[in-house]
Design a protein around this ligand. Structure first.
Ligand SMILES: [Zn+2]
Length: 122
């Protein structure tokens, strides 16, 4: 029987691999299927990725970040009456685009974090 602890998993490389949509274990296989659906298993190394459930953490993180960036911009613009009324739509479109851009990256980074810390169900 082998009582040695499992090998350590560096957190930041795993999160970085996840953020670019790659398997946190090998960095080669795809982590996500579609927009934010995690793959059940890595195509390259066979790591069971489906057991790392990030739930809504990535979405909450992205909402917090986008809100922190774009809410002050929107409020400042709303109280500056000399600005073009179309500028508000530009900012709101930027907020939606930023959220859509960040969401799969945040999801991958969270799955990478869960993988590195071995936080999984089953
Ligand atoms: Zn892999």
């Amino acid at each position: 029987m082998n009582d040695s602890p499992p090998p350590t998993r560096p957190i930041f490389p795993a999160m970085g691999r996840g953020a670019i949509g790659r398997c946190p274990a090998c960095g080669k296989g795809a982590l996500l299927r579609g927009f934010i659906n995690p793959a059940a298993q890595c195509d390259a190394c066979g790591e069971q990725l489906g057991q790392y459930q990030s739930a809504d953490f990535a979405a909450y993180f992205v909402m917090f970040l986008v809100g922190a960036i774009f809410t002050p911009m929107t409020l400042i613009l709303a109280f500056k009456s000399e600005e073009s009324p179309y500028a508000i739509w530009f900012i709101l479109g930027g907020a939606v685009a930023t959220a859509l851009l960040l969401l799969p990256r945040a999801k991958g980074a969270v799955i990478g974090l869960l993988w590195a810390l071995r936080i999984h169900n089953v």
